[in-house]
Design a protein around this ligand. Structure first.
Ligand SMILES: [Zn+2]
Ligand SMILES: [Zn+2]
Length: 383
């Protein structure tokens, strides 16, 4: 469907540009989009939240290297659509998530998070000349199909998730559902699928871990344990999130075994847990998460790392019937998971707003500092 929108290209706006070896966080710079491709959508950004993967990309520690526009948890209003776009039209409210092809075997099976085209569509960047900076230099867009740290973003249609929101403030808040929160929630709701008799431990009190905690509370598990080595992070968690939760500060722990024993001590007969979610991507935590499992338990590695390795003796692993499962995006199909989480939030049973803190759109530097200090879990830059 061709758009009748009067928007024309080249289209000029402002975006954060991560520069190679930059000593400080990116700042807003003028950019120009050369054209709107048939499968692309132009979105006026209402808000974009910051995920740790943005920080990795900004520092050059990710597949898509600077110069690039970060941002992969955006929300906004559709301004214009490419000639082959059918899912959204101008004026629609959308949350932006990862992109997928929708046609490969994985996508057809509802496993879009493992799309055959995942790397190309999310981490390869847009083509040469599609996005240019104020000096005419090439800048890569298309990060997670969206590069939404921009006043107006050029996104792949598959990244768009239509959401039913009452006003702009709700649309802004929903930006944060696009990656970290659907990853944490999906790891529980799509993979672990605990029962009321389940024992669960979650490593990491960041946005992913706390979202997993919120989702786990929906299932009323018999034992729910949250672990972090940062007393600052743990003390900043809203108290209402921690009802019926065992909180374990591991800042003084010397070994993974010490942490595993402390977790087991919180379970009946010191038997350990059924599900351990590692939401950090830290080798010691992965070892502790594996060692604290009860027989037939499952370790789910949720946190990402470019360097962490798994070194586990298969003897005890085998005889205890342990499962190790990796996940991307908590196996979430965004057009299913995001509206579900919005619905749960409206019912008051998934209060994810308690992990989000608002900043001005131009305050990326301050927001990153607050995030790194552990004082803020999920900064939201509001346009
Ligand atoms: Zn696919
Ligand atoms: Zn992310």
């Amino acid at each position: 469907m061709a758009t009748s929108n009067p928007i024309t290209f080249p289209f000029a706006t402002e975006a954060y540009i991560a520069r190679p070896n930059a000593p400080s966080p990116p700042v807003l710079e003028p950019i120009t989009y050369s054209a709107l491709q048939p499968t692309e959508v132009l979105v006026s950004i209402a808000a974009v939240s910051i995920c740790h993967t943005d920080l990795r990309a900004i520092s050059g520690d990710f597949h898509l290297k600077p110069p690039m526009i970060p941002g992969h948890e955006g929300s906004g209003t559709v301004l214009a659509t490419g000639s082959q776009v059918t899912y959204v039209e101008a004026g629609d409210s959308v949350v932006l998530a990862y992109a997928s092809c929708g046609r490969c075997r994985r996508c057809v099976l509802g496993k879009n998070a493992f799309c055959d085209g995942l790397v190309g569509m999310n981490f390869a960047g847009s083509g040469d000349g599609v996005v240019r900076d104020g000096d005419g230099g090439h800048v890569k867009g298309g990060f997670f199909g969206q590069s939404s740290m921009s006043r107006v973003a050029l996104v792949h249609e598959s990244s768009c998730v239509k959401v039913d929101v009452e006003d702009k403030r709700e649309l802004e808040l929903c930006a944060s559902l696009g990656c970290g929160i659907q990853t944490g929630a999906g790891s529980i709701l799509n993979i672990a699928k605990p029962t009321p008799s389940s024992k669960i431990v979650i490593f990491g009190a960041g946005a992913v871990g706390l979202s997993a905690l919120l989702a786990a509370k929906l299932t009323s598990p018999s034992h729910l344990i949250l672990i972090d080595k940062s007393p600052t992070k743990l003390s900043n968690i809203h108290p209402s999130l921690l009802t019926n939760v065992h909180v374990l500060d591991t800042s003084t722990h010397k070994t993974p075994t010490e942490t595993a024993l402390a977790i087991k001590a919180l379970t009946p007969g010191n038997m350990g847990v059924d599900y351990a979610l590692e939401c950090i991507g830290n080798e010691s935590c992965i070892l502790a998460a594996h060692a604290c499992l009860d027989t037939l338990g499952t370790l789910i590695t949720v946190g990402s790392s470019a360097t962490a390795k798994l070194n586990i003796g298969i003897g005890t692993h085998l005889i205890r019937g342990i499962t190790i499962r990796g996940t991307h995006q908590g196996d979430s199909v965004s057009r299913v998971m995001v509206p579900e989480l919005v619905g749960l939030w409206k019912r008051g049973v998934f209060p994810f707003e308690l992990v989000v803190e608002r900043f001005g759109f131009g305050e990326l530097g301050r927001a990153v500092g607050e995030m790194r200090s552990g004082r803020v879990v999920k900064p939201l830059l509001v346009a």
